[in-house]
Write a protein that binds this ligand. Structure first.
Ligand code: BEZ
Ligand code: FE
Length: 285
């Protein structure tokens, strides 16, 4: 049997699958996988190491750690899936990678609340509006926000904490406005104590993500977006380990000397403020 005959026999078998979408996906998978092996001339030893790598990736996963998503993220697969699925949402705020640290059930907070109370870091006032793609304000839109602490860790990465922090949900007012207080996010490394960390090392690339705030913005009748606001000027803005940066999501975190703050209080230390508007597209009928 020739190499091509082998590929054709596998394709013939897959072509008989009754689920048509499954059939099409599997046909493309077999075609590209076989093509990849032929292209690189994969050795037996490389095949074995690939199996070991995937096995270790699975073994690293548990309820709190998803090494396969990290693998997808660091190979640009998550961002490509995101792009393919947002081809229709023209005019809406761009989405980016969700990441593994979103937690359902963050506390619903009043507008203006501080999600970083008692946390070290530069106080930061975040505000803006949620509108539709035509600029019409969306009242009652929800922003689900999360970020790292000053050391670059999410609450779920500190199991001893036993509680949520640096997370919150906000609902826009009648003009589509939102505002909350936090601390300026910092750049941080994605987890490197597993097979993905070893892969990055072998690639000679760093594991850092540029500083960002995460949010899922949603409103009835509109397509929800999972996105970030990135801090302009971050040293990793052009080399995000998971390829998540889009120019439209980079914002200036304007620095201010101590004095009057956007929430009407007086700050006795330097602070930042940042405005960022979100646009949602209608759900396609
Ligand atoms: C994050 O931004 O939280 C993240 C995204 C992808 C991989 C790891 C972390
Ligand atoms: Fe993050």
């Amino acid at each position: 049997m020739t190499e091509q005959e082998l590929t054709d026999r596998v394709l013939d078998k897959v072509a008989g699958a009754p689920d048509l979408r499954f059939r099409d996906v599997m046909l493309a998978l077999v075609k590209h996988l076989h093509g990849f092996i032929r292209e690189v001339g994969l050795t037996q030893e490389e095949w074995r190491r690939a199996i070991d790598f995937l096995t270790a990736t699975g073994q690293k996963c548990d309820a709190k750690r998803q090494e396969f998503i990290l693998l997808s993220d660091t190979l640009g697969v998550s961002m490509l899936v995101d792009a393919v699925n947002h081809r229709l949402h023209q005019g809406a705020t761009e989405s980016t990678v969700l990441g593994p640290f979103h937690v359902a059930g963050a506390p619903m907070l009043p507008l203006g609340a501080d999600i970083a109370e008692g946390e070290p870091g530069v106080p930061t006032f975040v505000s803006g509006r949620v509108t539709d793609v035509g600029g019409k304000p969306i009242a009652g839109a929800e922003l689900d926000v999360w970020q790292t602490d000053a050391d670059g860790f999410y609450d779920v990465q500190r199991p001893s904490l036993g509680a949520m922090r640096l997370r919150g949900k906000f609902t826009t007012d009648a003009e589509g406005g939102y505002r909350f207080r936090t601390v300026k996010p910092v750049s941080y490394p994605i987890p490197t104590d597993g097979p993905v960390g070893r892969m990055l090392e072998k690639l000679g690339s760093h594991p850092y993500r540029p500083a960002h705030l995460h949010m899922i913005v949603s409103a009835e009748g509109h397509a929800p977006i999972a996105t970030h606001i990135f801090v302009a000027g971050d040293p990793y803005i052009d080399s995000d380990a998971v390829f998540g940066v889009k120019p439209s999501l980079i914002a200036d975190f304007t620095e201010h000397a101590p004095g009057p703050a956007p929430d009407g209080t007086r700050m006795d230390r330097p602070f930042c403020d940042i405005r960022f508007d979100f646009k949602l597209s209608p759900i396609q009928p």
